[in-house]
Every structure is written in C-alpha cells, then in structure tokens.
Design a protein around this ligand. Structure first.
Ligand code: PMP
Length: 407
C-alpha cells in the first residue's frame, strides 16, 4: 500500500480554517485555483524578508541570493517534470501565457498560408484563442478533434485530421469542465509519426497526475503555479531544447539579450531568451516550495485520495434523481460537472455559497463545450487531496436543500 494523506493535512492550509457566512468553508473549486500551504506562504514571505532584490543583474550578495533561489526553483520544476535540462523550463505568468508564447513564436516561424493547427473540442479558451489569433495573422486554419456525448475525444477521427499541412497539435491533458483525461500518449504517437510536434495544456493535470515530459516525448507543455498549490502569477512552459532554440523570442527587453546596439541585438541563451524583464521571483520561489510540498506528500498518495473523493462524490450525486452529469468519461480527474433539472447553475451556486460551499458555475472558459451540449453552463465541483468525504456529504445535502428552495 502506498502512502496515505495525513489526517491533519488540512492544518497545513490556513484558509481552510476560514468561516464564510459563519459556516465552515467547504472549498470545492480547486480546478479554478488551489489553496496554498504554509510552506508556500513562508517561502514567499522569507524571500521578501531576507533576500528581496533583482535577479541575474547585481554583483551584490542579495542579488546573488535571489538569483540562486530563483534558479533553484527552476531546477526543482525541471526535476518534477523530468525535463532533460533545466533550461527547457521557462517561467511564465501561467498556462495562458505559455500557450500564447508558443502560438506567437512557433506560429511566426513555422505557420504559413494554407497550414493548420489541430486542437480539440474540449479546450479551455486559452488553448483556442491564441491559435485563432496567430492563424488569422498567418493565413492558417484551426482544426478540431471532435468529442462524443460522454465528453471523450473521437480518436477515430485523428488519422484523417492529421492529414494535410498540420504544423502543430495542441490539446489539454485533462478537461477543466468535464474532468476527462485525454489519451495524450496516443495523440503524441500519431502526431510524431507524421513529424508533427505536440503541445500539452497541463493546467488540470500537473496537480493530479505524474507528468514526465521525456516519457511523454511531448514538445511543449504548459501549466500554472496556482493550480498546484503555488502562487498566482507564475507558470511554466516546458519546451524541448531543439524547439526553443529554433523559435524566436516572444517579448523583447532586459534579461533576454546578450548584447544590444541600435543596429542589432544578440539574444540570450535558454531559458533567458524567453524571460524578458524582471520575472516573478517570489512566485517562482513559491512554486518551488509547492513542488517540494507535493513531492513530500507524494503524487501517488494525492491521486489515490482524489480518486476516492471523486468516486464517492459521483456515487452520492448519482443518488439525486434530478441531477444530470455533463461529461461521463471513465478516465477522469477530480472534476464533476452537473446540472439539476429546472435549476439555473448560478442560482444553485449562490445558494450553496450561502451554506459555505464554494463551487464554480458557468461556462468555465469552455464555451464550445457548452454549445456542444446545448447548455448555458454547468455547476462544477472539483477536489483536492485536502477535501474530505464529509465535505462531499455537505455538498450533496446542500444541493438537496437548495433544490428544495428553487424547484
Ligand atoms: N487550461 C486549462 C485546462 C485550465 O483549466 C486553465 C485554468 N482554468 C487554463 C488553461 C488557464 O490557466 P491560467 O488562467 O492559470 O493561465
């Protein structure tokens, strides 16, 4: 048997002791953002208390300490995702920023009129809009892998979709609206058989599943620090060295250069070529602490606990006669979307909030998924390892109480 999550794990998260409207907070919006353990809060505060200064620039001691801490965080992230080199880890603002970087830099270099980018029907807006923007600029088109009524990608369509001049495939590992875990290994295998690189949006995977970029053989992968117990404002773009060397910088400014004259600028080496300006130093250090924290608990233990919570919640919610699940993939991670017949998701969300239960309602930045199911939005409960079975019971009781008022 693997490790278990400690009984008192919730004590690591000060916010979980918060009361809302006089009730214990039941935080079930972890797919939107996760809560932060004391170790992360302390790492950020310690940085500002002890070595706050700018990185890569100063000869003075504080700057050296800040640089060492920032680069140590990069090293931790690179080990966490098993990158071949630390310089394949670019610090960004988040998943959105990482995808925009690749869309812009890869797109400008490799995308031409008549080419296409292949995404899937279950992408977050941040893995749709940047591609639309660059396609429009370069005269390329966007193609979409369809999904079925269960919220499962139709892989049977992939061989045909990969025909023609597809220049890159970009898909999400886990759907933030449906919880579906996509068969990215198969997608990568088929794309690579045609020499097409693949980008993975790991925003909803990195906190639930082991991600080994070398084993996946993925070309680009992006995630956000705030979804894995780290601070907001920091994220990671992994790119294979060969691709990062081939594509142009995303933004210009300090740190991303070797030399500048008015005639010509020589760009810096990786990873700095893609990190223009003062980076989010405290965010990176906080993310490093979050990675340490997750490693100490163990992703296997996290996965086991979250799967237990997910299955228990699916079972309990299935007992509500007027509840309909949106997304029924057998392969899923920590996210449940549902609707109650005759109840608008916003109304349910509001009544649950008054009971101290935080869920998300709306389109979850995936309007094409809502269009596919012909609905305005869903109610979404999403779990982290610090949630409890008792909280699932409170959710189910809360829904019954709210439905009694609303129906
Ligand atoms: N992709 C997915 C699957 C997501 O869930 C999210 C966040 N909801 C994003 C991308 C965007 O992440 P961020 O807003 O942190 O850039």
């Amino acid at each position: 048997m693997g490790k278990l999550i400690a009984e008192n794990i919730r004590e690591d998260f000060p916010i979980l002791q918060t009361k809302v409207y006089g009730k214990d907070l039941v935080y079930l919006d972890n797919a939107a953002t996760t809560q932060k353990p004391k170790a992360v809060l302390a790492a950020v505060a310690d940085y500002y208390k002890t070595c706050n200064s700018n990185v890569h620039r100063g000869v003075h001691l504080l700057s050296q300490q800040a640089t060492a801490a920032y680069e140590e965080a990069r090293h931790k992230v690179s080990q966490f995702i098993n990158a071949a080199f630390s310089h394949e880890v670019i610090f960004t603002k988040g998943t959105t920023d990482g995808i925009n970087l690749v869309a812009s830099s890869f797109g400008k270099k490799f995308l031409q009129k008549g080419d296409s980018i292949l995404i899937s029907a279950m992408e977050h807006h941040s893995n749709i809009v940047p591609w639309q923007m660059i396609c429009e600029e370069q005269g390329a088109t966007l193609k979409v892998i369809p999904m079925d009524e269960n919220g499962v990608l139709r892989l049977d369509t992939l061989p045909e979709l990969l025909e023609g001049s597809v220049k890159l495939v970009s898909v999400t590992y886990v759907s933030n609206s449906l919880g579906t875990i996509n068969p990215i290994r198969e997608i990568i295998k088929q794309a690579h058989a045609k020499d097409i690189p693949v980008m993975i949006d790991a925003a909803q995977a990195i906190q639930h599943l082991p991600v080994d970029v070398q084993e996946l053989d993925v070309d680009f992968l992006a995630f956000s620090g705030h979804k894995i117990y780290g601070p907001t404002g920091i994220g990671v773009l992994y790119g294979k060295e060969k691709w990062l060397n081939m594509i142009p910088p995303y933004q210009g400014g300090g740190d991303m250069i070797k030399t500048v004259t008015f005639e010509k600028t020589i760009y810096n080496d990786l990873p700095y070529k893609f990190e223009a300006g003062t980076p989010d130093i405290s965010g990176a250090i906080g993310l490093g602490a979050a990675v340490d924290y997750v490693n100490a608990i163990g992703l296997d233990a996290i996965q086991k606990k979250e799967d237990e919570l997910l299955n228990y919640a699916l079972q309990q919610l299935a007992g509500l006669t007027n509840l309909k699940f949106i997304g029924k993939s057998a392969q899923r991670a920590s996210v449940i979307s549902f609707l109650i017949d005759g109840v608008h998701p916003y109304d349910l969300g509001e009544l649950l909030d008054k009971q101290g239960i935080a869920i998300r309602t709306g389109h979850h930045c995936t309007e094409p998924i809502m269009d596919f199911f012909g609905i305005p939005g869903t109610c979404r409960a999403s779990f982290a390892f610090y949630n409890t079975h008792a909280e699932v019971d409170l959710l189910v009781a809360g829904i019954k109480r709210a439905a009694a008022v609303l129906l």
